[in-house]
Design a protein around this ligand. Sequence first.
Ligand code: SF4
Ligand code: SF4
Length: 333
Amino acid sequence: MAEIPAKTFWQLEVCNACRYCEGYCAVFPALERRRRFTPADVVYLANLCHDCRACFYACMYAPPHEFGVNIPRALAEVRERTYAEYALPRVVAGLARRNAWLLLTVAVASLAFFGLIAAFSPRGLFQAQTGPGAFYTVVPYLAMVLPALLLWLYAIGVMLAGAFAFAKDIGATRTQSGSWRAALAAAGEALGLRYLRGGTGGGCYYPSERTSNTRLVLHMLVFYGFISAFIATIAAAIMQDVFDQLPPYPLLSVPVVLGSVGGAVMIVGATGLLYLKWRSDRAPADAQTLALDWLFLISLDVVSLTGMLLLVLRETPAMGVLLVVHLATVLAL
Ligand code: SF4
Ligand code: SF4
């Protein structure tokens, strides 16, 4: 289990005595159920926090007070440690740096892999290709799908292993984990981003001390944009494998409409979140978590941008290069 600084336990005990922030989010009602905290309790509380920062700006014991209570930062530090613990292979320190190197290595290796395949394809990398199956004349279907499938299986394995490790760490019982009512309530709150709406109803305190719903809206754009792009991929697979229609598809087909809408809103959402992060107050932030956020948002933006460029320029000689770059960035993400 992640190592938790003694000061984090102490801060949570101060909150438990104070209880001023109990209406802000799910963290405070949960912490009020304990008099003393175990590491498992802290891991659970840390992963309930949405970093809305309401409790930081409301706190009379926040810095420069000598208590220095800073709950968003303390919980973000614990979250970052849990991500490192649940990574496969496990990361001892510097998760953001490890992820940056991993992303760079996979991107360069994928560029080389797809670049070589495309360069030696019958029509080459720089010739315009049109009509059904145009993408596969540059990179054959199996070369596109097999590496993606392997990496997706690895990613799903890491996520499942992380979920089981988290359940074990917080001591979830089989009955609790299998409670459909609790699962439905949690899914509803997660899908509606309830705790980014702010405890006072005016949104979170982000990027500064004033409440705003901008972060909530941008998160929604990223999440639902991703879902739209994911459904577009499934629709394309059905058109290809069930109805024998090879891509690229017409502009008004289901995969292109959903993919374009998803890609465009992900670009707006990820770029907006990058801007908010750049302007955000660093006092309640954890530097490691911030670095992870930068890395993830920049990669998401690059994948969406290359996907949209590929759509716009798919009938031009730039298609080959854009396809190679887009596939490499998707694998690296
Ligand atoms: S964050 Fe500060 S104000 Fe809020 S409950 Fe904790 S100690 Fe009290
Ligand atoms: S930052 Fe927001 S979500 Fe996190 S503990 Fe404070 S009030 Fe709750």
